[in-house]
Write a protein that binds this ligand. Sequence first.
Ligand SMILES: C[S@@+](CC[C@H](N)C(=O)[O-])C[C@H]1O[C@@H](n2cnc3c(N)ncnc32)[C@H](O)[C@@H]1O
Length: 367
Amino acid sequence: MTGLINSRISNEVLHNHASLNPQMFYGWNINHISRTSAGLKVLGWALPLDGLVDNTFLYCNGVRAEMQFETDTVVEEMFPTWPNAGAASFRASWPQLSGTRAEGLLVFDIRAADGGMLPIKHRMMFDFSDEGLIVVPDADLISHIGATPPQMFIQTGRTLAMQFDAALRAVHGKGFESQTAVLEWGCGPARVLQHIKHLYGDAMSTIAGIDVDSVAIDWCKSRVPGVEFKTCELNPPVDYPDASFDVIYAYSVLTHLRKRDAERWIEEIHRILRPGGHFIFTTLGVSSLPWLHPSGESSIETALRMNGIYDGAKNTDIDSVISDQDYYRNTWVSDRYVQSIWGEGFDIMLSEVCFHHYQDVWVFRKR
Ligand SMILES: C[S@@+](CC[C@H](N)C(=O)[O-])C[C@H]1O[C@@H](n2cnc3c(N)ncnc32)[C@H](O)[C@@H]1O
């Protein structure tokens, strides 16, 4: 089974993505989760393994779902060469997994009919335990951070907070709970920061969030107590003294900046981080390309080979709140560029592809 999957990916999808490790790729997504006394239900899509819908199963915490597949032209258009991609939409249910929201982490995997684990990196985790504590903005404000469905705002935020904590712990031996001053750069409507505060913030003296989006920051100021929020300019400096923070993290911010802006911001982050402090951030690298451009996108790959960065794609998500309509992009980087240019003045402690969906993670430590 494993061999077949890999060879089909190699032949039909990866021909435009020579640098991609096929072990990292399998296309599926979760769009909605509901938990009631009648059980757990999930809506999403998964490219049928070998093109066979009866060979593709979603598991939650090791328990196989009852699956129903439906026609969905959107997925077919995304993956035109994938056999039976038009049947990728599914409804998965686990009548036996009923109950409360406080049961902790839900780990989802896609597996073949024989239950064998696939050689895929992309696996999703959701945690419902503090759902009642998190404030969720309206759909308009959520759209400033991309297309996250409102229900996923809470679960994705919690998952990311736990994943960032695990990344920090992996390089430092200690997680967020033992940090004194933490900043989220590009916090938006505090999707992740609210969880960092609830899960790990008890002993922190400063928990801060900054963003260029003044609408998001104003919403945070009025709805999220106990966190210091500031609107920042499109370019540095920010209003913090040198060496202010132990940890600065950023989910999907450097994935949106032009080369010169990103480089200026990394210098600024270096300035406000204390020596020995950690900068944790995500990037779009080559592993993301089959997800976002399944039919290939050679201009991105050429730019990555030649310049290490591709910042040519406009993104309109925050056009309504920024003055420079040319500022916000979709940006890809090569590992070598991140290491040699952004890594100046830092030790590179960790990098992991497809850390969250198709974004890679990096942990830098300031020298
Ligand atoms: C894709 S969203 C992610 C938001 C948040 N990190 C999350 O995961 O929910 C990117 C965010 O970066 C913000 N942003 C873009 N450029 C920025 C900059 N130079 N400084 C601070 N924030 C920035 C945007 O306004 C937006 O809120």
